[in-house]
Design a protein around this ligand. Sequence first.
Ligand code: ATP
Ligand code: MG
Length: 734
Amino acid sequence: QPAQGESYLERLNPEQRAAIETTDGPLLVLAGAGTGKTRVLTTRFAHILLTGRAKPWQILAVTFTNKAAREMRERVGTLLGNPAEGLWLGTFHALCARMLRRHAETVGLTSSFTILDTDDQLRLLKQVMEPWRIDTKRWPAPGLLGVIQRWKDRGLTPERVTPTEDTDFANGHARAVYEAYQQRLKQLNACDFGDLMLHVTEILRTQPDILAQYHRLFRYILVDEYQDTNTVQYLWLRLLAKQPDGSANICCVGDDDQSIYSWRGAEVENILRFEKDFPGAQVVRLERNYRSTRHILGAAAGLIAHNDERLGKTLRSGREDSEGEKVRVIGVWDSDAEARSVCERAESLRRQGHSLAEMAILVRAGFQTRAFEERLVQTGLPYRIVGGIRFYERTEIRDTLAYLRVLNQPADDLAFERIVNTPKRGVGPAALQKLHACARSLSQPLSAAARTLLENATLKGKLGEQISTLLATLEATRELLAREGHVVATEYLLEESGYLDMWRQDRSPEAPGRLENLKELIRALADFPTLGEFLEHVALVMEHDENAQEARLSIMTLHGAKGLEFDIVFLPGWEEGVFPSQRTLDEGGLKGLEEERRLAYVGITRARKLALIYHAGSRRIYANWQPSMPSRFLDELPEEHIARKNEGGARQQSLRTTESLFAAGPLTATPGLSPTRRPTPRPAPAAPAFALGQQVRHPRFGEGTVIAVDRHHVEVAFEGAGTKRLLSSFIEKL
Ligand code: ATP
Ligand code: MG
C-alpha cells in the first residue's frame, strides 16, 4: 500500500479513478475532448510506479508528438517528485528507432544506420527506378514514393504486397520497384521514416526470442491519441501487448471525433477492433469536460453532431461554475482586416491581464500564418510559430525570394547561387567552381560570368542550354517587370523557370502546402508598389528577432494543436475553400468533409475560456481578390452558444465583391497555379499619415521622431538607432 502520494487520486472524478485503478487487463478510454484522457494516462503511469507494479523502464508509453512526450515526462516527474529517467516514452517513431538500433542486424542493418530525409529518399528511388524505364512524366517518382509509404503504413513489406495490392501505378512495376528500393536501402545501411515502424514490426512478427524479451520487459503499455494510429502502429502495439498467456496490460485513450490523420493512413477502425482483438477489454467513458466553458462545449458538440460516422459520446461541462462567454463568430471585410482584428483583440486581451502565452491562433493551412506574422511584427506583439517554420523562412519562400533578388539586383550572387540549380539544371560543384573562377577573374557577378562562359562556349551541351534558358527567362522577366509590374513578372518567372513545376511534380505531403505558400507570397507582393520595396519589407520582417524569455502568442496549424489547450483561441479563415479546404471540396466526398469537421471540433475544443472564429468577406487568393463564402461549419454552430458580429459592414463587403468580379479580366497567357487572372490592381494600403515632428515607435529600432515623409516611407530619427528611412506601415504613432 502506498503511504504517500494517494492525494493524486483525489483530484480525479470516479470514472477517471476507475480508469487508473483498473491497472490490469486491456482498457480503452473513449472520451471527448478535454475530459482528462491525457491526465488519466499520466496519472496511471505514476500510479503503476507508486504502487510498485513496475519499474519506470517497464512501462511503454506512446504519445503523438515529441512535445506531448516532453509534457508527459514532466507531468510524471511532478507526480513522482523526481525527474523520471530511462523511460520508454515517446512517439511511435522515436520508440521504434530505439528498438531498431538494438536489433538492426536482424533486418540486415547495423546499429549505426542512417535515417533518410525526403530528399534522399527521392534521389534513391529515382536511381532505383531507372532499369524499369518507367515513364516518369506519367508516373513521377514522388508519386511512387507515396504508394510505397502507404504500403509501409499498412505494415506491408514487399513480400506481403499481394499482386492484387499492386496498383497499376508504374505499369504494375510498383511492387518490384519497392523491393529494389528496400534492397538498396539495406546496402546503404539506411532506412526511411516508414521503415522504422515496418522493420520493428517485422522483427517482432518473425523473431519469437526478441518478442519474448519485450513481453518480459513491458509490463504496461499506455497509448495517447489512439484514434490516429495507423495499421502498422496497431500491429506493433498488438504484438507487444499480447502476452503469451493471452493477457494484455494495455491502456489506450482516444476520441474518434478527433481523428484527423486519415491522410497519413490512420484508421479509426482500430478503435472498433480493440474489443475484438483484446477479449475482455473494458471500455471506460469519461463525460465531464474540465477544459472549456459550457458555451464552448455546446458549440463544439453542436458542430460535431453533423457527422454521421461517430461512435457517439456525451460531453458535459465539468466546470459547472462557468457558463463563460459565447463563442464569437466575427465577420470581417477581408483577410487583411482579419489579421488586424485578431491582433488588436490579442493586444487588448493582454492589456486586460491575459498572458500571450495563453493565446493561440490556429490555422487550417500554413499559408495563413503570413498575414498574422506581419501584423504581429508590426504591432510588436511577441509570437512563435509552433511546429513550423516562420513564413519567410520556408524553403519555397526563400527560393522565390532568391529569384526575386536576382531579378531586382543581377549582382546578388548569393541569391543567384541558390537558384541556379533550383530546380535541377545539372549545375554541379564543378560547374559552379568554373562560374566562380570566371566571375573573380573578370570582377563580375556570377550571372554575368555565366553569360561570358556561354559566349566563349566553355559552358555547352545540355548544361549550357539550361543556363542559357535561365538567363533568357530572367531577361524576359525584367522586361515584363517594367511593362506589367512585379506581380505579373513574378508569376511569369516562377512558371517559366520551372520552379512551380518542381513542386507540382512533388508528391510529398508537404508539396500542396508549398504551392499554397507561393500563392500567398504573390498575394503579399501585391501589397507593395514595387519589387524593391517588397524585398526591403521582407528583410525587416526576417530580421525581427525573438526574445526567448517573454510570453508569446502561439501560431500553429489545427493538426499541430491536437491535445493542447489555451485560454483564448483564435480560429481565422472559416470560409469555404479555406476551411473546409479547397482540396476537400474538390474531392467532393463525405469522408473528407467529416474529417474537416473533426478538425474544426479539435480547434474549438482547444479553448478554455474564449473561442473567436473569423470569416472574411473576401480573400486574396493568388494575386486577386475573390469573394469568399462563410464556411458551412458556421451554420452548424448552435445559435444559443454563439454571438455573431459583423465588423466589416455588409455593404462594403458587397461593393468589394462587385469590384473584384468586374476586375477579373481575361486570362493571361501565363498559366498560373490556378486559373490565373490579371491581378486586380488594388490601391496601395493607405499610408497612415505621419506629421513631421511626430513621435513614433518601430518594433526593432524603438522610439524616434519623424523628420521626413513621402507616400510609403517615413524618415525617422531614432533615439538609439540613428536615422532610418522605413516603410510607413511598420511604424506606429505614439
Ligand atoms: P484532448 O482530447 O484534447 O486530448 P484530454 O481528454 O486529453 O483532451 P486533458 O488534456 O487530459 O484532456 O485534460 C483537459 C484539462 O482538464 C487539463 O487542464 C486537465 O488538467 C484538466 N482536468 C482533467 N481532469 C480533471 C479533474 N478531474 N479535475 C480538474 N481538472 C481536470
Ligand atoms: Mg489529450
